[in-house]
Write a protein that binds this ligand. Sequence first.
Ligand SMILES: [Zn+2]
Length: 266
Amino acid sequence: MLLQCVTSQQQTNVIEMSLSPKSARWSDLTIICGSQTFQAHKVMVCSQVSYKPVALEIILTSLTQSEYFERICDSNFAEAATNTIDLSAEPLHAVQAMMIFLYGGPVEDQRQGIDVSDKLAFWVDLYTLADRAMIKRLITLAARKFQRAAEPVWASETFYKTCREIYSRLPVCTAALRGAVCAVIVKHLAFLSNRLHFETLLAETPKLAVEVTMAFGKSLTTVMCPAKGCPQLAQPWQVIGGVPKECPVCCSSWIRAAIDTEAESA
Ligand SMILES: [Zn+2]
């Protein structure tokens, strides 16, 4: 990205400068969200030139930022004629975070003193906006940040409520976000499976139940220990995560992943 050569503080300054009224002189795109106006630059929000030093050369590639902005600016719509895009239907905090992301800045929820529910909602809002604006890297980032924010509150009613909200949306738009939800649930499944509220959530949200089951299955690895004398010899069993370093029964380091022959022959 264009801003990769500067430090974090310089980057913040550059972003503030890029989005300030002073930059209006060079701005060729106005993005409006309610009372806030961003004097933006097509070269930053549509596509950029990315450079990467490789050996003694600098490799230049074109990096699409937002397919949505690119298509609008390149269209016959009124937005292209006026160079103005109105995003007032989107939450302002999400639009602000998106603009900072497009200018290479760190994406965080800037609001102070907000509760867990608002923290989760922020990443869901940003994910939704990134999906609409077709910014692939921000979609991935928002899903990852959502997962990190949901981790400490996996047992809360707020988390259940957010799960319901996400699964009530169009499935095609929420794949990465649903993946993040399932990853959190699978990690704590042993505890959650004893909770009535979680059982109710699964019963009310069949797609979540299906995807949690699939994610749990994918988190399992079938292993076997080929060490002579091991009680587990030739008896494949399943563990969560990757192959352990040693057999938990005989402590042999020969343990390895195995194909589930029973399932294969069925
Ligand atoms: Zn063993």
